[in-house]
Every structure is written in C-alpha cells, then in structure tokens.
Design a protein around this ligand. Structure first.
Ligand SMILES: Nc1nc2c(ncn2[C@@H]2O[C@H](COP(=O)(O)OP(=O)(O)OP(=O)(O)O)[C@@H](O)[C@H]2O)c(=O)[nH]1
Ligand SMILES: [Mg+2]
Ligand SMILES: [Zn+2]
Length: 474
C-alpha cells in the first residue's frame, strides 16, 4: 500500500502524473495513508517492491496521457487516426470534421466520444478545438478524441476555442436595437481581445434617417457599424468577404437573425468578384452540414426572439474557415471583466485617456467616477452604462471575495442562472464527513482506475498498484 511519502515523491515526477495524483489526493486512500504516517520514521522506511513497480506504472500512464499538443505540431498518424476540428458537442458526443489524413478524408464528419483519460485529467474539449481522433471506423464514421491541440483563443459565453473573429449581430427592429444590451455585448466582445465587427441586421425595417442617426451615434461610441438585411440581401456580399478563411462566431440576442444570416451566407450564393464564380459557402462532404440552421419567429407580444438555436455549432466553409451559430440566450456574463479593466472596454474612455496629457488620472486605480484629477469626463452618451456596469461588477467582485476569499478557481463552480448569467458557487466535496471502510475506498479506486481503462487500451491487468489493492481487498 502506498504511503503519503511515496505519493509525494510520485507527485513530482511529471506534470501529468501530478494531475492524476492531485485528483487522487482528495481520495480517501491518500487520506488514510496520511493518518498512518509516522512523522519520525518516514525517511527510514524502505519502499516495498510493489511501490517501486507502482512508480514505473505511473510513469507509463504519464506517457500515454500525452501532453497538450503545440498548435503547429504534426503528429505521425496511423490509418485509423486523423486531425480534425470539433464542430458541435451534445451530451457525450462530439462531431469532428476531419482536416487532414489522406486528402480523400478531408471534410468527413465523425461522431466521436472523448477518451476517458482526457476527462479524468480534466482536459476539456470544446467546440472549435483542434483534436487528434483515433480508433476511427471510416465506414460508420465514428472515432475517439485522443488529444487536444493548444488553443490560440477562447471565448466563454458560449465556450468556443480558437476563434479568430466575432460578429456582434443586432437588429434595427424586431427586436429593437437597445443601447444598454448592445453595450453589454460590446463590452464582452472587447474583453475577449478578439477582433470583432458590429453588424446591424433587418436594416430594411427602418428608414434611412434612422440608419444615419444610429450610424453617427455608434461612431461617437467608437464603432463603425455595418448595416445588413438577410431579407433584402443588402450587405451580404461584404459580410461574405469579411468572414472568409477564418473562424468567426456570431453572437447577439435572440431573434436578431444570426441563424438566418448563416443560412444566407451558406446558401447558393455567389461572390460577384470571384474569378471562378464558385460558391465559397458550399457545404463540404459529410452530409449533416447540408442542413440549414433552424430559424425562429420573433414573439409578436414581446418583440423578442424565441431562443430557437439551442447549441453552439461550427459550420465549415468550403474555402476554409468556420462560422459558429450561437444561441441568443447566452447573454454576456462579463465574468472576465473587472472594475479596473472595464474602462478599457469603452473606446470613449480609451480615447479620452490617450488624448490627455500625460494620459492618466491622478490616482493609478482611478475608476473614472468623478475622482479628483480624473481625466475622463462624464459628458458622453454611455457614461450611465459605464456607471451601471461598474456597479454590477463591484457587487459581483464583493460577493466573490466574501464567499470564496482566496479559494482556488477549482473550488468554485459556475452555474448559469437567470438570463444566462453565470454565478459562482463553492464546489462541495460530497459526503466528506462520512467515514468509509477501507475496503469500500479501495473498491472505489479500483473502479476509478477501471474507468480509466475504458477505451484507453491501458493494460491495467498487470498493474502493480491494482494488484496491491486487490490483494489487500482479499
Ligand atoms: N424583416 C427581417 N426579418 C429577418 C431578417 N433576418 C432574419 N429575420 C427574421 O427574424 C426571425 C429570427 O431569426 P433567427 O435567425 O431565428 O434569429 P436568431 O438570432 O438565430 O435567434 P436565436 O436562435 O433565438 O438566438 C426569423 O423570423 C427571421 O425570418 C431580416 O433581415 N429582416
Ligand atoms: Mg438562431
Ligand atoms: Zn479617471
């Protein structure tokens, strides 16, 4: 049976082993080991034969729990392996679009599960992730995600990896363009650091005067809006060129026409200045992607959308790049925005700071709420929204500090509450107070390790740790 000393020793071997052990360190086996430890004779203890073999066994695990792949790494692949992009995730299944392998396989869609060991080491796979798929059955189009490449970007609401560009889409009417909601989406987009475009759909529903008024108002905020209409196809050409060859995510409230726009961009639409005149949005091999995104109605009573899109999905474009539809109920939570960073999400404040000499307020931690020596004045259109958001963030930060203090991120879990806003709550350790018999504890570890073996081809039959635990159980 391993002692606490030996577990500590193992924990320093490799980061992956360390991860595994960190998970086990909450396990009762480790706690029992800790209670058995005699403070003065730890260093004198001779590790027994099983322990030495256990160390080697963990080393073996660590090599099969391969580390995260660097973005440009080209792994050598067998016939039943391929590199792909996760296009959708639902329940335990992920749809992966094959990117490489033999060229005749490019674009094939595979229905995949995630290798159990990746879940164990908490390596989450997200829509947008570049992955290695193994155990592929090319006939049934099934496979297993074996590893994930490092991400170059990540958005949280909704979670999508490797995003190059955000399209913040609102509508002029139905639902009506609402400046505070728009500000929340813009602040969230600014906080990601990912380039974004603001587009205003349903432009055919308002007159020219309204468009001009909004254009100049948004310019005063620091944005150059792009007007379009899926109905009249106005502006669709330019959006087509803007979105090509990159992974773009369309975000915006429900009913503004995100899915409609995606369908318009993916429909049989020809880019006028294209030499070959072929359709860059033409759906590629793989069947499922031929389907249009579902479009919903806007409620006549509330003027809002009816939350038609339920899941994030990445739709491949035949000339490369993807377009992600997102559900309109994913309201920006602003979880990444702090009191101090909020100002940077307002172009108006950035401009005032850069225009002033020497470019900063009297106090280093100035929140620009009228403090003495503040160079940010209060006479701008969105000042009240800035004020309102500072208040919201302040309340959230105080709550987090009161509730979690200096707790680690892993002790906190986020729950989606009202309006899709994420709320933090402490992660409880189930049944911590209850003592368990050693036999039951050992059995649960066996179960966990057996689960690890699920789909993983790890040979646990000859595993010294397992044998040690089994023989103790007998
Ligand atoms: N008048 C007009 N209606 C449009 C336009 N674009 C989309 N719509 C309509 O707006 C409604 C909502 O469109 P969706 O594409 O489902 O909206 P969504 O943003 O995907 O909504 P969620 O999936 O709920 O987030 C549908 O009835 C569309 O036909 C447009 O340019 N003009
Ligand atoms: Mg939709
Ligand atoms: Zn200031």
């Amino acid at each position: 049976m391993p002692t606490a000393a030996s577990i500590t020793l193992l924990a320093h071997r490799t980061p992956t082993v360390h991860n595994l052990l960190r998970r086990f360190s909450t396990s009762p086996l480790i706690r029992i080991a800790a209670t058995k430890r005699q403070p003065n004779n730890v260093s004198k203890q001779q590790p027994n034969k099983n322990l030495l073999r256990a160390k080697h066994s963990f080393k073996d695990y660590s090599s099969s729990l391969s580390s995260i792949l660097s973005p440009h790494h080209v792994p050598s692949l067998s016939d039943s392996q391929a590199i792909g992009t996760v296009a959708a995730a639902q329940a335990n299944f992920m749809r992966v679009i094959v990117q490489s392998q033999a060229t005749d396989k490019t674009g094939i869609e595979l229905l995949c599960v995630v290798k159990a060991v990746l879940k164990k080491i908490k390596r989450r796979v997200l829509v947008g992730d570049k992955v290695v798929v193994g155990s592929i059955d090319w006939v049934d189009r099934r496979g297993m995600i074996e590893n994930v490449f490092q991400r170059h970007s990540l958005i949280l609401d909704p979670p999508v990896a490797n995003v190059d560009h955000l399209l913040v889409l609102f509508s002029m009417e139905q639902p009506k363009l609402e400046p505070y909601t728009l500000t929340r989406f813009l602040v969230e987009a600014e906080s990601t650091g990912i380039p974004f475009t603001l587009a205003l759909n349903k432009s055919e529903l308002v007159d020219q005067q309204a468009l001009v008024a909004w254009k100049s108002r948004l310019r005063s905020w620091g944005y150059d809006p792009f007007f379009c209409s899926v109905e009249s196809l106005h502006g669709i050409d330019s959006l087509t060129s803007l979105l090509r060859d990159q992974t773009s995510v369309i975000v915006g409230p429900s009913g503004v026409g995100k899915s409609s726009l995606i369908n318009a961009l993916r429909s049989n639409y020809h880019v006028p200045d294209e030499a070959q005149g072929d359709n860059w949005c033409e759906p590629i091999l793989g069947g499922k992607w031929l389907e249009d995104q579902r479009i919903g109605e806007v409620s006549a009573r509330s003027g809002r959308g009816k939350h038609t899109t339920r899941h994030v999905s990445l739709l491949p474009l035949s000339r490369g790049g993807y377009l992600a539809d997102t559900p309109g109920f994913n309201q920006p939570s602003l979880m990444k925005v702090t009191k101090q960073s909020l100002a940077q999400a307002f172009p108006e404040i950035r401009k005032m700071l850069s225009a002033s000499e020497p470019g900063k307020c009297a106090f280093n931690d100035c929140l620009h709420l009228g403090e003495p020596g503040c160079v940010v004045k209060g006479d701008w259109d969105r000042y009240q929204y800035y004020f309102q958001l500072i208040d919201e963030i302040r309340i959230r930060e105080e709550f987090q500090l009161r509730t979690f203090g200096t707790k680690r991120e892993s002790d906190v879990r986020y729950k989606v509450g009202n309006m899709g806003v994420q709320q933090a709550e402490p992660r409880l350790e189930p049944k911590k107070h209850r003592r368990q018999s050693r036999k039951r504890i050992n059995q649960s570890i066996l179960d966990e390790l057996d689960e690890l073996d699920d789909d993983d081809n790890l040979d646990l039959e000859d595993d010294p740790i397992l044998r040690a635990i089994r023989s103790e159980n007998q």
